[in-house]
Design a protein around this ligand. Structure first.
Ligand SMILES: NC(=O)c1ccc[n+]([C@@H]2O[C@H](COP(=O)([O-])OP(=O)(O)OC[C@H]3O[C@@H](n4cnc5c(N)ncnc54)[C@H](OP(=O)(O)O)[C@@H]3O)[C@@H](O)[C@H]2O)c1
Length: 356
């Protein structure tokens, strides 16, 4: 076991490529209830960049290792009190800090210590790209569709940013469970792709009226259930497209990314429609879900997601691997519109194949 390792560390809040530095740090030692993980792959999510910019729902203490969501790796060491996990086992770590309460773990480093209640073994045949993205977006898709909104077979679900990883997972889950999706995308080029992917209906905000198209598809009353990760004016239109008593769960705010004008960080709602049509607009945040779910329920939900991915009901779009040294390039890709793949940091461990 080496004494030191490489880590991508932000000294302070700021623009990620300005504040991140590649550093050498001591390999940590697992405490009670913890495992030492040798990281193999870890994604760059939009939320990871929000955290570094100081614009997310929690803030780590700086200097902080970047990446606060998830990774795949192998267990290198375990605290003696641990049951059910083995040294050498390939595992996914749901590092998402629970709010309130959980300490923050950075995943953009070669080794990390994690709470064993957030570790799930995964089979070797699951690629590193899929495994390292298993705990956040697929879990979010599952919770939104089945627990937050309890969408029924045959029912319409309206969703924005349908081409996102979460959006694609929702489409696959909806098909599996017999629900119908109305998918909103911002580019005409994405329409055929989302239809071919299994989206029942696709609305393109570049050249179509969202409200009119929802009325044509679901009827003039609108839809009863929606999820939105764009917010801003698109989120407002989604709330208008709801049927009386309908509900939209807002789980992201992509249109507000990199905005600093406070007015751009809102979802302007029509008060009369919210009141007289008793529409519900509420949020979902995985960190808060982890903060309220019992550790057993959280592991149960994660193992449900693992089964859906292993059984190929859900396929997670292939990420693009980068070594830690190329972080500037990887972060630029994370924020490029119409990119094909989510960037992932990958580490060699001398045991697995590179082509996973
Ligand atoms: N609340 C939670 O707990 C939770 C959990 C997981 C994810 N999320 C959120 O869910 C969202 C999606 O995450 P992801 O990892 O699935 O995303 P992703 O794979 O990185 O994909 C981003 C997608 O969003 C689209 N997009 C970006 N900016 C947009 C805008 N201004 N208007 C419309 N579409 C836009 C892109 O469209 P183009 O193809 O046109 O570029 C792309 O399809 C993010 O906001 C993320 O933070 C929240």
């Amino acid at each position: 076991m080496p004494q030191s390792m490489r880590a991508l560390v932000a000294g302070k809040v700021g623009e990620p490529t300005d504040v991140l530095r590649l550093e050498s740090r001591p390999v940590p030692t697992p405490g009670a209830g913890q495992a030492l993980i040798r990281v193999k792959a870890t994604p760059i999510h939009a939320s990871d960049l929000h955290v570094l910019r100081g614009r997310y729902g929690f803030s780590p203490e700086f200097p902080a290792v970047g990446g606060h969501m998830e990774c795949v790796g192998r267990i290198e060491a375990l605290s003696p009190d641990t049951e059910g996990l083995k040294v050498g086992e390939r595992v996914v770590v749901a590092a998402v800090p629970a709010v309130p309460g959980h300490h923050v773990v950075g995943t953009w480093q070669e080794y990390l210590v994690a709470d064993t209640r957030r570790i799930l073994p995964v089979p070797d045949h699951l690629s590193d790209s899929s495994a390292c993205q298993l705990a956040v977006n697929p879990l979010t898709a599952l919770l939104l569709v089945t627990r937050e909104l309890d969408v029924q077979p045959g029912e319409w679900l309206l969703q924005t940013a349908a081409g996102s990883t979460v959006g694609r997972l929702v489409i696959q889950l909806a098909r599996h469970l017999g629900m119908r999706t109305i998918n909103v995308v911002r580019r005409r080029g994405a329409v055929e792709e989302i239809k071919a992917f299994g989206g029942d209906e696709v609305i393109c905000t570049e050249d179509e009226d969202l409200l009119q198209r929802v009325a044509e598809i679901a009827g003039p009353a609108g839809v009863r259930k929606a999820i939105d990760c764009v917010a801003g004016l698109v989120g407002a239109q989604v709330s208008q497209a709801l049927a009386p008593g309908g509900e939209v769960v807002v789980y992201g705010a992509l249109s507000t990314h990199r905005q600093t004008d406070p007015a751009a960080l809102t979802i302007p709602l029509q008060a009369r429609s919210v009141i007289y049509e008793t529409k519900v607009v509420r949020g979902f945040w995985l960190n808060r879900w982890f903060g309220t779910a019992s550790p057993e329920d959280a592991l149960h939900a994660l193992s449900q997601v693992r089964s859906l991915v292993v059984d190929e009901v859900l396929s997670i779009p292939q990420g693009q691997p980068f070594p830690l040294e190329r972080f500037t390039e990887a972060i630029a890709l994370a924020e490029t519109p119409a990119r094909d793949a989510k960037p992932l940091f990958v580490f060699e461990d001398g045991r697995d194949n590179d082509d996973r």
